[in-house]
Design a protein around this ligand. Structure first.
Ligand code: ADP
Length: 184
Protein backbone atom coordinates (compact mmCIF):
# COMPACT_ATOMS: atom_id res chain seq x y z
CA UNK A 1 0.00 0.00 0.00
CA UNK A 2 2.79 2.40 -0.70
CA UNK A 3 2.14 4.08 -4.03
CA UNK A 4 -0.77 6.33 -3.30
CA UNK A 5 -2.69 9.23 -4.81
CA UNK A 6 -4.89 11.56 -2.80
CA UNK A 7 -7.82 13.22 -4.61
CA UNK A 8 -10.51 15.59 -3.48
CA UNK A 9 -11.78 19.07 -4.22
CA UNK A 10 -9.66 22.11 -3.34
CA UNK A 11 -10.18 22.62 0.38
CA UNK A 12 -10.81 18.96 1.16
CA UNK A 13 -7.71 18.91 3.34
CA UNK A 14 -5.46 16.92 1.02
CA UNK A 15 -2.32 18.81 2.04
CA UNK A 16 -2.94 18.35 5.76
CA UNK A 17 -3.79 14.67 5.40
CA UNK A 18 -0.93 14.04 3.00
CA UNK A 19 1.55 15.43 5.53
CA UNK A 20 0.21 13.21 8.30
CA UNK A 21 -0.08 10.12 6.10
CA UNK A 22 3.39 10.44 4.63
CA UNK A 23 4.79 10.52 8.16
CA UNK A 24 2.82 7.48 9.31
CA UNK A 25 3.51 5.47 6.17
CA UNK A 26 7.10 6.73 5.85
CA UNK A 27 6.80 7.69 2.22
CA UNK A 28 7.56 11.06 0.61
CA UNK A 29 4.73 13.53 0.14
CA UNK A 30 4.72 15.00 -3.36
CA UNK A 31 2.43 18.00 -3.76
CA UNK A 32 2.35 19.56 -7.23
CA UNK A 33 0.77 22.73 -5.79
CA UNK A 34 3.64 23.05 -3.31
CA UNK A 35 6.25 22.37 -5.98
CA UNK A 36 4.72 25.10 -8.14
CA UNK A 37 4.51 27.57 -5.24
CA UNK A 38 8.14 26.89 -4.26
CA UNK A 39 9.22 27.59 -7.84
CA UNK A 40 7.20 30.80 -7.86
CA UNK A 41 8.71 32.07 -4.62
CA UNK A 42 12.21 31.16 -5.77
CA UNK A 43 11.64 33.00 -9.04
CA UNK A 44 12.65 30.03 -11.21
CA UNK A 45 11.90 29.81 -14.91
CA UNK A 46 9.24 27.20 -14.17
CA UNK A 47 7.77 29.51 -11.52
CA UNK A 48 7.46 32.38 -13.99
CA UNK A 49 5.82 30.06 -16.48
CA UNK A 50 3.13 28.78 -14.10
CA UNK A 51 2.30 31.79 -11.90
CA UNK A 52 -0.60 33.05 -13.99
CA UNK A 53 -2.33 29.65 -13.90
CA UNK A 54 -2.15 29.43 -10.12
CA UNK A 55 -3.33 33.02 -9.74
CA UNK A 56 -6.39 32.25 -11.86
CA UNK A 57 -7.06 28.80 -10.42
CA UNK A 58 -6.57 27.16 -13.81
CA UNK A 59 -4.65 23.96 -14.36
CA UNK A 60 -1.03 24.39 -15.38
CA UNK A 61 -0.60 22.87 -18.88
CA UNK A 62 -0.08 19.11 -18.79
CA UNK A 63 3.32 19.07 -20.50
CA UNK A 64 4.80 21.32 -17.79
CA UNK A 65 3.14 19.45 -14.93
CA UNK A 66 3.86 15.97 -16.23
CA UNK A 67 7.50 16.76 -16.81
CA UNK A 68 7.91 18.14 -13.28
CA UNK A 69 6.28 15.05 -11.74
CA UNK A 70 8.22 12.62 -13.90
CA UNK A 71 11.45 14.24 -12.75
CA UNK A 72 10.38 14.08 -9.11
CA UNK A 73 9.42 10.41 -9.38
CA UNK A 74 12.85 9.63 -10.80
CA UNK A 75 14.43 10.60 -7.47
CA UNK A 76 15.50 7.59 -5.40
CA UNK A 77 13.49 8.48 -2.28
CA UNK A 78 10.37 7.40 -4.18
CA UNK A 79 11.63 3.83 -4.67
CA UNK A 80 9.82 2.62 -1.57
CA UNK A 81 6.61 4.43 -2.43
CA UNK A 82 5.13 7.91 -2.46
CA UNK A 83 2.00 9.87 -1.77
CA UNK A 84 0.94 12.14 -4.61
CA UNK A 85 -1.18 15.12 -3.58
CA UNK A 86 -2.73 17.18 -6.38
CA UNK A 87 -1.56 14.92 -9.18
CA UNK A 88 -3.02 13.58 -11.40
CA UNK A 89 -5.73 16.19 -11.84
CA UNK A 90 -7.12 15.04 -15.17
CA UNK A 91 -7.29 11.86 -17.23
CA UNK A 92 -4.37 12.86 -19.46
CA UNK A 93 -2.10 13.21 -16.42
CA UNK A 94 -3.38 9.88 -15.08
CA UNK A 95 -2.43 8.17 -18.35
CA UNK A 96 1.05 9.67 -18.18
CA UNK A 97 1.44 8.53 -14.56
CA UNK A 98 0.48 4.95 -15.43
CA UNK A 99 2.97 4.97 -18.27
CA UNK A 100 5.80 6.38 -16.17
CA UNK A 101 5.18 3.78 -13.46
CA UNK A 102 4.84 0.93 -15.95
CA UNK A 103 8.28 1.76 -17.33
CA UNK A 104 9.71 0.48 -14.05
CA UNK A 105 7.11 -2.27 -13.61
CA UNK A 106 5.21 -0.32 -10.99
CA UNK A 107 1.62 0.71 -10.54
CA UNK A 108 -0.52 2.60 -8.06
CA UNK A 109 -1.75 0.68 -5.03
CA UNK A 110 -4.67 2.91 -4.15
CA UNK A 111 -6.32 6.24 -4.84
CA UNK A 112 -7.78 7.84 -1.74
CA UNK A 113 -10.70 10.20 -2.24
CA UNK A 114 -11.35 12.72 0.54
CA UNK A 115 -15.05 13.43 0.33
CA UNK A 116 -16.26 16.86 1.45
CA UNK A 117 -19.30 18.88 0.29
CA UNK A 118 -18.69 21.92 -1.87
CA UNK A 119 -20.19 24.44 0.62
CA UNK A 120 -17.86 23.14 3.31
CA UNK A 121 -14.73 23.41 1.17
CA UNK A 122 -15.50 26.91 -0.11
CA UNK A 123 -15.97 28.07 3.50
CA UNK A 124 -12.66 26.51 4.54
CA UNK A 125 -10.75 28.12 1.65
CA UNK A 126 -12.19 31.58 2.32
CA UNK A 127 -11.05 31.23 5.91
CA UNK A 128 -7.55 30.04 4.86
CA UNK A 129 -6.72 33.08 2.74
CA UNK A 130 -3.80 31.81 0.60
CA UNK A 131 -2.96 34.07 -2.41
CA UNK A 132 -5.29 32.09 -4.66
CA UNK A 133 -8.09 31.89 -2.08
CA UNK A 134 -10.34 34.74 -3.18
CA UNK A 135 -13.91 33.90 -4.04
CA UNK A 136 -13.76 34.05 -7.87
CA UNK A 137 -10.58 31.97 -8.02
CA UNK A 138 -11.99 29.47 -5.51
CA UNK A 139 -15.15 29.06 -7.61
CA UNK A 140 -13.01 28.52 -10.69
CA UNK A 141 -10.93 25.87 -8.90
CA UNK A 142 -14.11 24.03 -7.86
CA UNK A 143 -15.36 24.21 -11.42
CA UNK A 144 -12.06 22.85 -12.74
CA UNK A 145 -12.26 20.05 -10.17
CA UNK A 146 -15.75 19.04 -11.26
CA UNK A 147 -14.96 19.16 -14.97
CA UNK A 148 -11.40 17.83 -15.09
CA UNK A 149 -10.55 15.95 -11.90
CA UNK A 150 -13.82 14.29 -10.83
CA UNK A 151 -13.71 11.94 -13.88
CA UNK A 152 -10.68 10.33 -12.22
CA UNK A 153 -12.99 8.80 -9.62
CA UNK A 154 -14.39 6.59 -12.34
CA UNK A 155 -11.01 6.13 -14.04
CA UNK A 156 -9.60 4.73 -10.79
CA UNK A 157 -12.75 2.92 -9.64
CA UNK A 158 -10.95 -0.42 -9.15
CA UNK A 159 -8.45 1.00 -6.66
CA UNK A 160 -10.54 3.85 -5.23
CA UNK A 161 -10.85 4.18 -1.46
CA UNK A 162 -13.40 6.80 -0.41
CA UNK A 163 -13.09 8.43 3.00
CA UNK A 164 -15.32 11.00 4.71
CA UNK A 165 -13.19 14.15 4.92
CA UNK A 166 -15.23 15.94 7.58
CA UNK A 167 -14.06 15.68 11.19
CA UNK A 168 -10.93 16.13 13.28
CA UNK A 169 -7.65 15.97 11.36
CA UNK A 170 -6.41 12.94 13.30
CA UNK A 171 -9.71 11.14 13.00
CA UNK A 172 -9.62 11.50 9.21
CA UNK A 173 -6.02 10.25 9.07
CA UNK A 174 -7.11 7.17 11.01
CA UNK A 175 -10.05 6.64 8.67
CA UNK A 176 -7.70 6.65 5.70
CA UNK A 177 -5.23 4.28 7.35
CA UNK A 178 -7.91 1.81 8.34
CA UNK A 179 -9.60 2.00 4.93
CA UNK A 180 -6.25 1.20 3.33
CA UNK A 181 -5.71 -1.72 5.71
CA UNK A 182 -9.19 -3.10 4.99
CA UNK A 183 -8.39 -3.27 1.29
CA UNK A 184 -5.63 -5.81 1.61
P1 ADP B 1 -5.92 23.25 -4.03
O1 ADP B 1 -6.11 21.78 -3.80
O2 ADP B 1 -6.42 24.08 -2.90
O3 ADP B 1 -6.41 23.72 -5.37
P2 ADP B 1 -3.09 22.90 -4.73
O4 ADP B 1 -1.92 23.38 -3.96
O5 ADP B 1 -3.27 21.43 -4.89
O6 ADP B 1 -4.35 23.57 -4.01
O7 ADP B 1 -3.06 23.53 -6.21
C1 ADP B 1 -2.93 24.92 -6.42
C2 ADP B 1 -2.84 25.23 -7.91
O8 ADP B 1 -1.67 24.61 -8.49
C3 ADP B 1 -4.01 24.73 -8.77
O9 ADP B 1 -5.11 25.63 -8.73
C4 ADP B 1 -3.33 24.68 -10.15
O10 ADP B 1 -3.21 25.97 -10.72
C5 ADP B 1 -1.92 24.20 -9.82
N1 ADP B 1 -1.80 22.71 -9.89
C6 ADP B 1 -1.56 21.87 -8.86
N2 ADP B 1 -1.50 20.59 -9.26
C7 ADP B 1 -1.72 20.61 -10.60
C8 ADP B 1 -1.80 19.60 -11.61
N3 ADP B 1 -1.67 18.30 -11.32
N4 ADP B 1 -2.03 19.99 -12.88
C9 ADP B 1 -2.16 21.29 -13.20
N5 ADP B 1 -2.12 22.28 -12.30
C10 ADP B 1 -1.90 21.97 -11.01
Amino acid sequence: MTRLVLVGPPGAGKGTQATALSEKLEIPHISTGELFRANISNGTELGLKVKQYLDNGDLVPDDVTNQMVEKRLAEPDTNGGFLLDGFPRNVGQADVLSKVLAESDKKLDAVVQLQVDEEVVVGRLLARGRDDDNEDVIRNRQQVYRAETAPLLDYYRDILVTVDGVGEVEQITNRVLSALRDRT
